[in-house]
Write a new protein. Structure first.
Length: 146
């Protein structure tokens, strides 16, 4: 069974603004409480290099790989495959336009494999806090830019 974190929020800003917030990776350090730095072309197969805050004073470097990218709608990435599938992840960001210039943002994360219980025990609370904080910050940032 996978460890899953799903956060969905409605944002009082157009989808284009929310998308810009999510894909302006170089600005993450200005507003994102979870990802201090982020770099990627967002092209499938290319790396996404992040420095994430997981409860320690110094952000931890994490390199994953873009799986999908539909401009204006979604992008996803996952960790490099670990032998025998002992650990695998998927992270996705989805933007859906709503009526009246509002947007639904969905943040999804799943972690699976034989090492999932160990990683969840060690980092589960920090991951939940981090992803939740980022979701709230996306909303705040987009609404401030509309």
């Amino acid at each position: 069974m996978a460890f899953v974190i799903d956060d969905t929020v409605e944002i009082d800003a157009p989808a284009e603004v929310v998308w810009k917030v999510l894909t302006d990776l170089g600005s993450y350090g200005e507003w994102n409480p979870f990802v201090a730095e982020c770099r990627s072309t967002l092209e499938p197969g290319d790396p996404i290099e992040m420095h994430v805050r997981l409860g320690s004073p110094k952000p931890r470097k994490q390199v994953e790989y873009i799986r999908t990218h539909t401009p204006g709608t979604e992008f996803s990435y996952s960790m490099k495959p670990v032998p025998l599938g002992i650990l695998h992840s998927l992270r996705s960001h989805t933007v859906t336009p709503l009526d009246n210039g509002r947007t639904r943002y969905r943040s999804h994360f799943e972690l699976g494999g034989l090492l999932r219980p160990v990683v969840t025990l060690a980092l589960g609370k920090a991951l939940q806090s981090g992803f939740g904080g980022m979701t709230a910050a996306v909303k705040e940032r987009a609404e401030s830019l509309r």
